[in-house]
Design a protein around this ligand. Structure first.
Ligand code: UD1
Ligand code: CA
Length: 479
C-alpha cells in the first residue's frame, strides 16, 4: 500500500506517567532493546516523514539526553508545562512554525502501533480529502478514553473525553486512539482556538475536530483492525504485555526468514538483532542490542548475548557473551563467560568454565576448560591446558600476555603478565610462567617432585590408606 509521505510526525511524550511508579521517565522504559519512545520513532520513520518531532517535558533533561543518543534525527521540542495534548501541538507549531502538508500526531507510549496502520490512516486521509482523520478502535472496555461521536449517517462529529461524557456517550465503544492525520495549515490555525472549558482545564487536541468540522472541513476516521495496537502503556503490567507481543512479532519475522526458534515462549530477541537463515535458537536464549548471528549458527540453550557477532555455523551453548566476536564454526561453552573485547577466531574453542576478556584468540586455538584469559593475544592452532590463569592484574595495572602459534600451554599454568610464549613453545603443567619462553622451548617453572618412601606407614599407621598401601605392596603392585 503506498501512502503519501507526511510532512511531519509529531510524537507527544511530555507526560509524566505516574502509574509506572518509577524514577525512570515513562517513555524511557525499555522493551525489546528500545525505549517506548524509540519504538514509536522507529515506527514513524517507516513513513519517511520529512520531519520527525518529539515533544518532551517531564524529566526532560534525562529524556533529551537519551533521545540525542538513540534518535538524533528527532527534533526535540520542550513543553514546559503539560497543559494538554492541544497545548503540546500548539507548542510545537509555535516553535517550528506552521507545517504545510500532512501532519501526523501520535504518542510516545504506544509501542505496538504498526507502520502499516499509520499508512492506512494516511491513505484514508488523503483519499477522502479530509482536514483531519482520527485513528479509532472498538474496545471491550473504553473507560477513560475519549469517545467518537458520530451522527445518524455515521459521520464523525466530535470527540468527547470520558470524564466530560454523558452516560449515553460513555456507552459508545469506539475510542479515540490519540493518533491523527491533520492538514498542517488548518491544524496550525485551529489549535490556537482550542479552549480550556473542560473538566481538566486543559487544551484538548480532540477539540480540533469539532472546530474544523464547524468551519465546514471534512472530518473522518479510520478504524484500526486490532485495538491492541493503539492501547498505550501506562503501567508495568501493560509494559510486560507489550513486550511479549513485540517479541512475538520479532520472532515471527525471523522464523519466516528461515531462522529456527525452538521455544518462542522462552526466547527474547531485541528489535535490533539480525539472524541469518538456518540459525537455530534454543530455549532460554536472549539476544540483545546489535547482536548478529550468522547462517547455521546454533545459540543456546540458556545463552545471553549482548552486542555479539557470531559467525556462520558457530555453536554457543549456555554462555553469556558481551561485546564479543565469535568466528565461523567456533564453539563456545557450555558455561562460558565472554566479556567485552573477546575475539575468537574461526574454528576456535572457548570451553567449559572459561572466562575471557579483551582477548584475541586465533583461528583453531582452544581454551577448553576452567581457565581465565584476560588481556591476551593467542595465535593460531594453540591449546591452553585446563585450569590456567592469565594473571593480568598486578594490583595496580592490567598487563598483556602474548601466546604464539601452535603453542601448548600445560594445565594449571599461571602466566604472569607481561609475558610472551613464542611460536611452537610448550610449558610444563603446573608452571608459574614469569619469563618469556622462546619459540620451540619448553618452559618449566615448578619444583621437582620427591617421594618420601613409607611415610604413610610411619605417620598414618592404622588408617585405611596405610592398609590399602600394604595390600598394594604385598600384591607387588608398587609401581
Ligand atoms: C488522550 C485523548 C483521548 C484518547 C486517549 C488515548 C485528549 C484530550 N484526550 O487522553 O481522547 O482516548 O488520549 O490514549 O487528547 N501529552 C503531552 N503533553 C501534554 C499532555 C499529554 O505530551 O500536555 C502526551 C502524554 O505524554 C501522552 C499523550 O500525550 O503520551 C496523551 O496524554 P494523556 O494525558 O495520557 O491523555 P489521555 O487523558 O489519556
Ligand atoms: Ca493516556
Amino acid at each position: 500500500m503506498s501512502a503519501p509521505r507526511p510532512a511531519a510526525v509529531i510524537v507527544l511524550a511530555a507526560g509524566e506517567g505516574t502509574r509506572m511508579k518509577s524514577t525512570t521517565p515513562k517513555v524511557l522504559h525499555e522493551l525489546c532493546g528500545r525505549s517506548l519512545v524509540d519504538h514509536m520513532l522507529s515506527v514513524a520513520r517507516g513513513l519517511e516523514p520529512e520531519r520527525l518531532i518529539v515533544v518532551i517535558g517531564h524529566a526532560r533533561e534525562q529524556v533529551a539526553e537519551a533521545l540525542a543518543k538513540t534518535s538524533p534525527d528527532a527534533h526535540q521540542v520542550v513543553q514546559e508545562q503539560q497543559n494538554g495534548t492541544g497545548h503540546a501541538v500548539r507548542t510545537v507549531l509555535e516553535a517550528v512554525g506552521a507545517i504545510e502538508g500532512t501532519v501526523l500526531v501520535t504518542y510516545g507510549d504506544t509501542p505496538l502501533l504498526r507502520t502499516e496502520t499509520l499508512r492506512a490512516l494516511l491513505t484514508r486521509h488523503d483519499e477522502d480529502g479530509n482536514a483531519v482523520t482520527v485513528l479509532t478502535a472498538h474496545v471491550p472496555d473504553p473507560t477513560g478514553y475519549g469517545r467518537i461521536i458520530r451522527d445518524a449517517t455515521g459521520a464523525v462529529l466530535e470527540i468527547i473525553e470520558h470524564r466530560d461524557a454523558t452516560p449515553e456517550q460513555r456507552a459508545i465503544t469506539e475510542m479515540n486512539s490519540g493518533v491523527y492525520a491533520f492538514d498542517g495549515t488548518l491544524l496550525a490555525d485551529a489549535v490556537k482556538r482550542v479552549s480550556t472549558a473542560n473538566s481538566q482545564g486543559e487544551e484538548y487536541l480532540t477539540d480540533v475536530l469539532a472546530i474544523l468540522r464547524a468551519e465546514g472541513h471534512r472530518v473522518g476516521a479510520h478504524i484500526a483492525a486490532d485495538f491492541a495496537e493503539v492501547e498505550g502503556v501506562n503501567n508495568k503490567v501493560q509494559l510486560s504485555f507489550a513486550r511479549r507481543v513485540l517479541n512475538d512479532r520479532i520472532l515471527t519475522e525471523h522464523m519466516l526468514n528461515g531462522v529456527t526458534v525452538i521455544d518462542p515462549a522462552s526466547t527474547w530477541i531485541d528489535a535490533g538483532v539480525t539472524l541469518e537463515a538456518d540459525a537455530v535458537v534454543h530455549p532460554g536464549t536472549q539476544l540483545h542490542g546489535a547482536t548478529r548471528i550468522g547462517a547455521g549458527a546454533e545459540i543456546g540453550p540458556g545463552s545471553t548475548l549482548t552486542d555479539t557477532v557470531v559467525g556462520e555455523g558457530a555453536v554457543v551453548r549456555n554462555a553469556v557473551c558481551v561485546s564479543s566476536e565469535i568466528g565461523p564454526r567456533a564453539s563456545v561453552g557450555p558455561f562460558a563467560y565472554l566479556r567485552p573485547g573477546t575475539r575468537l577466531g574461526a574454528k576456535g574453542k572457548i570451553g567449559t568454565y572459561v572466562e575471557t576478556k579483551n582477548a584475541t584468540i586465533g583461528e583453531g586455538s582452544k581454551i577448553p576448560h576452567l581457565t581465565y584469559v584476560g588481556d591476551a593475544t593467542i595465535g593460531t592452532g594453540s591449546n591452553i591446558g585446563a585450569g590456567c590463569v592469565f594473571v593480568n592484574y598486578d594490583g595496580v595495572q592490567k598487563r598483556h600476555t602474548t601466546i604464539g602459534d601452535h603453542v601448548r600451554v600445560g594445565s594449571d599454568n599461571m602466566l604472569i603478565a607481561p609475558v610472551e610464549v613464542g611460536d611452537g613453545a610448550y610449558t610444563a603443567a603446573g608452571s608459574v610462567i614469569t619469563n618469556d619462553v622462546p619459540p620451540g622451548a619448553m618452559g618449566v617453572a615448578r619444583s621437582r617432585q620427591r617421594n618420601v618412601e613409607g611415610w604413610v606407614f610411619r605417620r598414618r599407621a592404622g588408617t585405611a590408606s596405610a592398609e590399602a598401601a600394604r595390600r598394594a605392596l604385598e600384591a607387588g603392585n608398587d609401581t
